[in-house]
Design a protein around this ligand. Structure first.
Ligand code: UT7
Length: 333
């Protein structure tokens, strides 16, 4: 075999979570909701909420530091820092990745954010892998990080109970060991943009006293529309991704779907016809952490020893955009 054959591997992984955990019961005192409703409709039991001093970049930096330690590299080794987020530290500039690059002292690294909302980590993973596979870079940090609770309207019970904060990171490295990224699908249907969005604060509706008074800087969601979209797109994009690699759903060793709602995950798994023992969930503990949900789940699956060399992992993101992104990954160890 040619010695020039290049693959991408995940050499290290790490996560970060805010200290404060808030249970559904605790929310009952704050919002017109019940533990029973939240559990039955979503499976969520608690979520982490960033406190003072905790931001998207601090969580991202903590997760990245753990990932680099596990990979056995220093910040000087990093060629690129990518942060997938829709809740950056600053609304328009600079990028959160620049703040992370500075906090890590990654002096050689380029840095940029990527926003594909809840699909962001898989979009970033597929993008970053191309830098490694092309030979342009040897060590790339890919982070999914959010402080989603900072854009929640605590007067809107249909959204505020669903989301949480956190970060997960991986170090991608060039390797000659076969495996890594096998195939991916990146998708978008912008006709559904207003199904899940923050109306004001951008160029379409800049911030004014009125937009603040009208609570237009908080997330708005048509939950049922997003639910219907998600239960259709996850099985579709997983099947398409597997097909591109000459694989079938029965080949999956671990499916890591975006952690939004156990009902969405159950419906997708049923349609794919895979055993539920092959599906990872932790939405119960963290709620929907948007771009952080898949790397957080990946980290926990790895830490729990659920992934061994040779395993086929499929990561499937979906969310605002509307967007979706699925990647099939052969774990090299
Ligand atoms: O990352 C992707 C992001 N988003 C998603 O994945 C969300 C996708 N959508 C969903 O997961 C579900 O649509 C929700 C969990 C958001 C809602 O579940 P649903 O079964 O679609 O409920 P619904 O919105 O149709 O609301 C049913 C009822 C309504 O009351 P009425 O009109 O039937 O009297 C709501 O007002 O539940 C009420 N409701 C609540 N009740 C207690 C809505 N939110 C709450 C709440 N507590 N927090």
């Amino acid at each position: 075999m040619s010695t020039n054959t290049r693959y991408v591997r995940i050499a290290g992984w790490g996560k970060a979570l805010p200290r404060e955990s808030v249970t559904n019961a605790a929310l009952e005192g704050r919002v017109d909701t019940t533990d029973e409703w939240i559990r039955a409709r979503t499976g969520i039991q608690e979520r982490r909420i960033a406190g003072p001093g905790e931001t998207t970049s601090t969580l991202a930096t903590e997760a990245a530091t753990a990932a680099m330690q596990r990979a056995g590299i220093t910040a000087e080794d990093l060629d690129l820092v990518m942060v997938a987020t829709c809740t950056p530290d600053y609304a328009s500039m600079p990028s959160t990745a620049s703040l992370v690059q500075d906090a890590l002292h990654a002096r050689r690294a380029g840095a940029f954010d990527l926003n594909a909302v809840c699909s962001g980590f898989v979009y970033a993973l597929a993008t970053a892998s191309q830098f490694v596979l092309s030979g342009a870079y040897r060590n790339v940090l890919v982070i999914g990080a959010e402080t989603f609770t900072r854009i929640l309207d605590w007067q809107d019970r249909s959204t505020c109970v669903l989301f949480g904060d956190g970060a997960g990171a991986v170090v991608l490295q060039s390797t000659e060991q076969p495996g890594g990224l096998l195939s991916f699908v990146l998708g978008s249907d912008g006709s559904g943009a207003c199904s899940l969005y923050v109306p004001a604060g951008g160029s379409r509706e800049p911030t004014t006293a009125e937009t603040v008074a009208e609570r237009k800087h908080y997330v708005k969601m048509q939950g049922r529309e997003v639910f219907r979209f998600a239960t259709r797109i996850v099985p579709e994009s997983v099947s398409q991704t597997l097909d591109r690699a000459g694989l079938v759903p029965g080949d999956i060793d671990l499916l890591i779907p975006h952690q939004a709602n156990v009902r969405i995950i159950d419906a997708a798994v049923k349609r794919l016809g895979i055993d539920e023992s092959k599906v990872f969930t932790n939405v119960q503990r963290y709620g929907n952490t948007s771009a952080a949900s898949i790397p957080l789940a990946l980290c926990e699956a790895l830490d729990d020893g659920l992934i061994v060399p040779g395993d086929l992992i499929v990561m499937a993101g979906f969310g605002a955009g509307l967007s979706w992104a699925t990647a099939a990954w052969r774990w090299q160890g």
